[in-house]
Design a protein around this ligand. Structure first.
Ligand SMILES: NC(=O)c1ccc[n+]([C@@H]2O[C@H](COP(=O)([O-])OP(=O)(O)OC[C@H]3O[C@@H](n4cnc5c(N)ncnc54)[C@H](OP(=O)(O)O)[C@@H]3O)[C@@H](O)[C@H]2O)c1
Length: 240
């Protein structure tokens, strides 16, 4: 089954299209042909979104709304594949000794605040009737129930907060459209710049293309009762 089926028309939007997983999701959706139009949004390109600049999010949403109105195509799929784990702002913490305000601000900006602002500006564009899906790539390490190892305070906390945003928005979205679905996704360990320094030997690391195909398969199989869940790439529900 293809993502978004049985609605094989309408618009699909991938946010974070410049990232490894985002690019693979965009390519797979375009290959699928399940949507009449598939748009990729990111920090570069025509429809620019930078979480450090809310006006860029509002402007991108406005552009998608105009395209929707001009074309008569509804926004049927929104996939958010942005994320931050390490960079110039810092590395994931091994101990509470490493907690750092600058790193925490960055990890929450990208993993939590940006997606929250996407909900604010893009969810009003979702149709009030018929199937539609909003999916946010999260991470299993954001699961509080599954946390057995500790460490990675900021990344874990920012993804746990993202999961709470997804759950909360799912409830409001269902009131607008009972056929809508809003979920958080765990892609597994994927070979990308985000995971590369941390991919341990013995861990199954999959190519982005495979992870993207799995995630779109999960989205295609969603039912409204799944809305608000954290699901892995096999479609298994993970504890929050
Ligand atoms: N890779 C894994 O093993 C793994 C495991 C579990 C969960 N995940 C999750 O999977 C998702 C995709 O990550 P990835 O592995 O594909 O990593 P990636 O290649 O590093 O992609 C990260 C994405 O986040 C975007 N981004 C970063 N800062 C941003 C900002 N300020 N504003 C807007 N966008 C910003 C990047 O945009 P640019 O292209 O402009 O830099 C890029 O599209 C993330 O949510 C990650 O947490 C990954």
């Amino acid at each position: 089954m293809t993502a978004g089926a049985p609605t094989a028309s309408g618009l699909a939007v991938v946010v974070g299209a410049g990232g490894a997983l985002g690019a693979a999701l965009l390519a797979q959706l375009r290959r699928d042909g399940s949507y009449a139009r598939v748009l990729g949004l990111g920090r570069t390109g025509e429809l620019r979104i930078d979480y450090a600049d809310e006006a860029s999010i509002a402007a991108a949403a406005q552009a998608v709304a105009s395209l929707r109105d001009e074309s008569g195509m509804e926004l049927r799929l929104l996939v958010v594949a942005t994320g931050f784990l390490h960079g110039p702002q810092g590395q994931p913490e091994r101990s509470w000794r490493h907690l750092d305000a600058g790193y925490l601000q960055q990890v929450f900006l990208v993993n939590t605040f940006g997606p929250a602002l996407l909900i604010k500006h893009f969810f009003p564009l979702l149709p009030r009737q018929g199937r539609c899906v909003a999916a946010f790539v999260s991470a299993k390490v954001g699961s509080i129930g599954d946390n057995a190892l500790g460490g990675w305070y900021g990344y874990r906390a920012s993804k746990a907060a993202l999961n709470q945003l997804v759950k909360t928005a799912a409830i409001e979205l269902t009131r607008n459209n009972p056929e809508s679905m809003c979920v958080a996704l765990h892609p597994g360990t994927v070979d990308t710049p985000l995971s590369q320094p941390f991919a341990k030997t013995g861990l199954t690391v999959r190519p982005p293309r495979e992870a993207a195909a799995d995630l779109l398969g999960v989205l295609a199989g969603l039912a409204p009762a799944d809305s608000g869940a954290l699901l892995d790439y096999r479609g298994q529900t993970l504890p929050y």
